[in-house]
Write a protein that binds this ligand. Structure first.
Ligand code: ACO
Length: 162
């Protein structure tokens, strides 16, 4: 199992992985229009942390770092159907936190969680209480009905991965 972080940089291998992740999101997030998934995945302001087995994508998280405000917005998160509830979602989130802290300099994440995924986000340290000042994020992150805004503070020192 390997964890990587790629964005749309025209590298063939990275692009193949982003297409694999797009297919997982399209299937696992049926309420999201496919064009919207593709647009954000391929947008150069977004990055995707993925879990790969060989060169097959098992799942991933697409996010946008807002470096000057030190927070990231998680746009999409999913694990392929037959690999869910095996702990990959937790490991993926830990890799995301480590990468976002050490490479992007972020301190927090925000996301609109689907109702059925709130339990997963709570287990990853997300809360329904938003402690970040509204001025920092308001107008940057997209409002989205049917989702609950949640926040997670990234520990400044904890080693999230081994
Ligand atoms: N509701 C409640 N608890 C959950 C859920 C859920 N939907 N999914 C996982 N958990 C729990 C697990 O039981 C586990 O608990 P434990 O540590 O006590 O055993 C813990 O969360 C971690 O489970 P993992 O095995 O690491 O999670 P998994 O690999 O299945 O990934 C994920 C979780 C990403 C939600 C996956 O199930 C999935 O792809 N679901 C469908 C798509 C989806 O809902 N994505 C999120 C939409 S919101 C967004 O994208 C911003």
């Amino acid at each position: 199992l390997k964890f990587v972080c790629y964005s749309n940089d025209c590298n063939d291998e990275h692009m193949m992985c982003l297409v694999g992740l797009k297919n997982i999101f399209a299937r696992q997030l049926p309420n999201m229009p496919k064009e919207y998934i593709v647009r954000l995945l391929m947008d150069r302001n977004h990055k995707s942390v993925m879990v790969l087995r060989g060169n097959l994508v098992v799942g991933g998280i697409t996010y946008r770092p807002y470096r000057s405000q030190k927070f990231g917005e998680i746009a999409f998160c999913a694990i392929t159907a037959d690999e869910q509830v095996k702990g990959y979602g937790t490991r993926l989130m830990n890799h995301l936190k480590q990468h976002a802290r050490d490479i992007d300099g972020l301190t927090h994440f925000l996301t609109y969680a689907d109702n059925n995924a709130v339990g997963y986000f709570v287990k990853q340290g997300f809360t329904k209480e938003i402690y970040l000042e509204k001025d920092i994020w308001h107008g940057f992150i997209k409002d989205y009905d049917g989702g609950l805004l949640m926040e997670c503070k990234i520990d400044p020192k904890l080693p999230y991965t081994d």
